[in-house]
Design a protein around this ligand. Structure first.
Ligand code: DQA
Length: 151
């Protein structure tokens, strides 16, 4: 089963960008973490990052067409992009919003995400482990859907 792990602007700089906030894990390490977690869980994980909003919107449209699950770190777009939110609202599969940092403990402008209201759930402040946890959730959810218990 296909899961898209989509990352917004500046996340390609992980490992060198504000390491006190985002940690020392590089973007390449994050990709490896997601792919290996997916392998463990029997998920086909595709990890992408973009600094171009229209590209993310296109990837969300493709995920919507496939009814795929999405793990999304919208980065700065979380706080103001209605275009990304509207694309997220098209998804029929689960959407887990992930933030590496605890956005609620940071500057005022980061404390609200326009995406959260259309997400299935949100993980924030747990570092890159949030991605691993999000993939575990997606796998568990898909297993219970397949078993037909809807839990
Ligand atoms: C972030 C938090 C955002 O406020 C910020 O713009 C990011 C990363 C996070 O993962 O903690 O780029 O989404």
């Amino acid at each position: 089963m296909r899961v898209y792990v989509l990352n917004g602007p500046n996340l390609g700089r992980l490992g060198t960008r504000q390491v006190d906030v985002y940690g020392v894990t590089s973007y390449a390490d994050l990709v490896e973490l997601c792919v290996s977690t997916g392998r463990e869980l029997g998920l086909d994980v595709v990890v992408r990052q973009t600094d171009a909003e229209h590209e993310l919107v296109g990837w969300l449209h493709a995920a919507a067409d496939e009814a795929a699950a999405v793990v999304l770190n919208p980065a700065a777009w979380s706080h103001y992009s209605i275009a990304v939110r509207d694309a997220c609202a098209l998804l029929s599969g689960p959407l887990v919003e992930v933030h590496i940092s605890n956005i609620h403990a940071r500057e005022e402008f980061r404390r609200h995400s326009v995406i959260s209201a259309v997400a299935t759930g949100v993980i924030c402040g747990l570092g890159v482990d949030g991605y691993r946890l999000a993939l575990h959730h997606v796998a568990a959810r898909r297993r219970s859907e397949a078993a037909g218990d809807g839990s």
